[in-house]
Design a protein around this ligand. Structure first.
Ligand code: SF4
Ligand code: SF4
Length: 402
């Protein structure tokens, strides 16, 4: 049976604007574009699931088509859900490991020195390329030793002492790879008199969705909603995330793609720069030292879809001395685990090529972006270091070198 709320494909007026905005359709002739893969063929797939073709798999779920669509057709959601509804679920070792960031992180952070050393060796790269279909050119983010959560637990009491608190969804990247970003969140929120509370959480589900582990993604979503709701309502706090993709999953992918009711937390969820910007607007701006750095800002696709880019830009504009160039909106191409797959690697790099050229033209000292996977992609494909806006703000507050 077709659910009435899932027939947004019927609102398509065939204007093809989405296809013009699709970075993948521009990069490869293997993907016919959002209009054809989404609304045009969904009505046929509903009647006959055999009318399915492999080109759907090229969609990165960047949501740029949905931003462009004047009829509010949920094009990317239609394509994503078609992938797991109609394709036969074939187990692939690579996709299993790419999807399980929690599992990989909890093992790798116990022996991070070994993992970080071995992952760069030629025989390991050769093995991954040949047998796992992870291209040898792809660089992996480094693992940290231990988890952010264990560091945070030593500081929990100080955070609980603040009168106002926010519940912080740190995500896998901060927990297993980049503790410093989590520490920077504490620096910034504490400077505006907000304590940071961390509660139990599981992977937001983005890599699980991308690799077809929908039941597991739904379980994680239910766990996260329950845990965040319990912590936030107990102390009357808002919920913040400094990962644009985690934030997007909690807000939009849970109800729209996973069909999980997130209304218990929805009104309390903020991407972190929205939370900070709101306080800045109310006059709660901490003392800041100049950060005399030439920076280029790249807006991630999912933050654009949430309408949150303006908050990040406004917050960055408050940093004294920061020489900021806003880059033209482009997709970086990595799309989470998409750029880690040999069959899509070339498309991912071609999608990102225009962004890389634009960064090179600006030739900044650093690039700033809100998304961890955009950071990996830009650092791998250009000579530039990439920092999170919260990190830049934290350096303005603590005066340490960026
Ligand atoms: S989600 Fe991105 S890649 Fe997929 S159809 Fe839309 S614009 Fe193209
Ligand atoms: S932009 Fe929207 S209305 Fe226009 S063709 Fe694409 S899906 Fe249809």
């Amino acid at each position: 049976m077709i659910k009435l709320e899932n027939i947004s494909f019927d609102h398509c007026i065939k204007c093809t604007v989405c296809t013009i905005y699709c970075p993948v359709a521009r990069a490869t002739h293997h993907f016919p574009g959002p209009k054809q893969s989404g609304p045009d063929t969904e009505r046929l797939r509903i009647k006959n699931p055999e009318l399915l073709d492999d080109s759907l798999k090229y969609c990165t779920n960047c949501k740029r088509c949905e931003i462009a669509c004047p009829s509010n057709v949920k094009i990317a959601d239609i394509i994503q859900s078609s992938k797991w509804r109609y394709f036969k679920n074939v187990f692939r070792v690579r996709d299993f490991f790419l999807a399980r960031t929690d599992l990989m992180g909890s093992v790798a952070t116990r022996v991070s020195y070994l993992v970080n050393f071995f992952i760069k060796l030629f025989p390991v790269k050769f093995f991954l390329d040949r047998f796992m279909k992870i291209p040898s050119e792809r660089r992996f983010p480094k693992y940290a030793q231990g988890t952010f959560l264990s560091w945070y637990n030593k500081h929990r009491k100080e955070q609980e002492a603040f009168a106002e608190k926010a519940v912080y969804f740190h995500g896998c990247y901060v927990n297993y790879n980049n503790h410093d970003l989590g520490k920077d969140v504490l620096t910034v929120l504490n400077a505006i008199n907000v304590g940071v509370i961390v509660t139990d959480e599981k992977c937001c589900g983005v890599p699980l969705i991308a690799n077809g582990y929908i039941d597991k993604a739904r379980k994680n979503a239910l766990f996260n909603i329950h845990s965040l709701e319990k912590s936030a309502s107990a102390i009357g706090a808002r919920i913040v995330s400094a990962s644009s993709s985690c934030s997007f999953a909690l807000k939009h992918e849970y109800p729209n793609l996973l069909e999980i009711d997130n209304s218990a937390i929805l009104d309390d969820l903020d991407y972190i720069t929205r939370f900070i910007h709101e306080r800045f607007e109310n006059g709660n701006v901490p003392a800041m030292k100049p950060v005399p750095v030439r920076a280029a800002y790249h807006s991630p696709c999912h933050l654009e879809r949430m309408g949150g880019v303006m908050n990040t830009i406004e917050v960055l504009k408050k940093i004294p001395g920061l020489d900021l160039t806003i880059l033209h909106s482009e997709c970086c191409g990595i799309a989470g685990t998409y750029g880690f797959k040999k069959e899509y690697y070339k498309v991912a790099q071609k999608v990102g090529a225009e962004l890389f050229k634009r960064i090179e033209r600006v030739n900044p000292e650093i690039v700033i972006t809100d998304c961890e996977t955009c950071k990996w992609q830009i650092e791998m494909s250009t000579p530039y270091r990439v920092e999170h806006p919260v990190t830049v703000l934290a350096r303005a507050i603590d005066g340490k070198k960026l």
